[in-house]
Design a protein around this ligand. Structure first.
Ligand SMILES: Cc1ncc(COP(=O)(O)O)c(C=O)c1O
Length: 395
């Protein structure tokens, strides 16, 4: 039976990263995978997480299963982190949330809930979007529609195109939005644009499903959630998939939350029962370690302050790298790279063709996706000159 299965192609991003690791060129630059890297090219453990971990290891007395909904301190902390401390929806008790294995788990639980409510519902995704949205949400049996999002020529959000396309989103449809730091393009909606989409959702009756995997890495924790909070303020129902992979560095601990803002308290309780049923079908209980760490960091003042300071330093470094990269690329190529400075988070398209991206790889050992999406955090003082000269060589 098993011998009927043929080899599948490798994941394109992981494949490129592996090719970079195998490249003997000492000047090689890896801008492929979406993990934060510091000046030394290391994906660091947050000091606040390290301290929480030491305390947890010293105090932990059991490895019994977590409750199916996950750690209470984590769930409470995540709801407030994402929705805001004084969210009226929280005060009204109309928020349901469960701890999930990463943001991916939250996206999948969200998709399961959508399917339970409206089998075969249409989900509108941005063009482009994070490619993993398709299998994560699509394998549940939902249908996809795309809306225009990024204007490659203008290096900005094609807001007119987005609005035009979303005019066809109807009641019962879901619109998947990136809460901040859009992956792959880095171009986010401006506050007034969030307003327009909220108004359309109100009028047309579609439900926003907001994927927020980079809160704190764009402009700051509250600023990055402003669009999402505006949606929650104005609409009766919003679905959120949140991740602690990037903003707490908990990638391998698989720590995330599926948050459902519901019409009322009774509906929130029903939602929890459906989310737990979906989780039971998929993985039963969520993993413990990451959520216990994140729960401590969110609940304990000293750890939280430390974490926020570390996260702010990361955010500032990314924004400084964006400004530097823009300057260096403009100096070496003579082109306009102002968009890099305007975009947010870890990703931007450099605006190169697949042929140029391949030449960068083959001739200069500079690795980025064929779409020219780069992980800005892979740039550092040691490689920025080389990178800018390599780009100029293929420009
Ligand atoms: C847009 C987006 N959403 C969700 C995730 C999920 O991350 P994780 O499952 O590692 O928490 C990622 C990770 O790269 C992402 O880029």
């Amino acid at each position: 039976m098993l011998d009927q299965l043929e080899q599948l192609p490798a994941d394109p991003i992981l494949g490129l990263s592996a090719a970079c690791r195998a490249d003997p060129n000492p000047d090689k630059v890896d801008l492929t995978v979406g993990i934060y890297m510091d000046e030394q090219g290391v994906c660091p453990v947050f000091e606040a997480i390290r301290q929480a971990q030491q305390a947890l290891v010293a105090e932990e007395v059991s490895k019994a299963y977590m409750p199916p909904e996950g750690d209470e301190a984590f769930n409470r902390g995540m709801q407030r982190l994402v929705l805001g401390d004084d969210s009226p929806a929280l005060a009204d008790g109309r928020v349901s949330s469960v701890q999930t294995p990463g943001g991916c788990g939250a996206l999948r639980i969200g998709a399961e809930i959508i399917h339970a409510a409206t089998p075969g519902a249409r989900v509108w995704i941005s063009d482009p979007t994070w490619p993993i949205h398709i299998p994560l949400v699509g394998s549940v049996g939902l249908q996809f529609e795309t809306y225009r999002y990024y204007d490659s020529a203008g290096h900005s959000v094609d807001f007119d195109g987005m609005v035009e396309d979303l005019k066809a989103a109807a009641a019962g449809d879901v619109v998947l939005l990136h809460g901040c730091c859009h992956n792959p393009c880095g171009a986010d909606l401006a506050p007034g644009q969030w307003d327009v989409i909220a108004e359309m959702a109100e009028r047309q009756g579609f439900t926003p499903f907001i994927d927020i995997a980079y809160q704190g890495l764009g402009d700051g924790l509250d600023q990055d959630a402003a669009g999402l909070r505006l949606m929650v303020e104005r609409l009766p129902e919003v679905i959120v998939a949140a991740s602690c992979s990037k903003n707490m560095g908990l990638y391998r601990e698989r720590t995330g939350a599926a948050i459902f803002v519901c019409r009322d308290r009774r509906n929130a309780s029903a939602l929890t029962s459906h989310a737990l049923t979906a989780a039971r079908r998929l993985y039963s209980m969520p993993p413990a370690h990451g959520a216990l760490l994140a729960g401590r960091v969110l609940a304990q003042d000293a750890l939280r302050e430390r974490w926020q300071a570390e996260l702010l330093a990361m955010c500032r470094r990314i924004n400084e790298l964006r400004a530097q990269l823009r300057r260096q690329l403009e100096a070496t190529t003579g082109g306009d790279f102002g968009f890099i400075d305007r975009e947010k988070g870890m990703f931007s398209f450099l605006g190169l063709s697949p042929v140029q991206a391949r030449r960068l790889r083959e001739e200069h050992s500079v690795y980025m996706l064929d779409s020219s999406r780069i992980n800005v955090a892979g740039v550092n003082a040691a490689n920025i000159d080389y990178l800018a000269r390599a780009v100029a060589a293929v420009f």
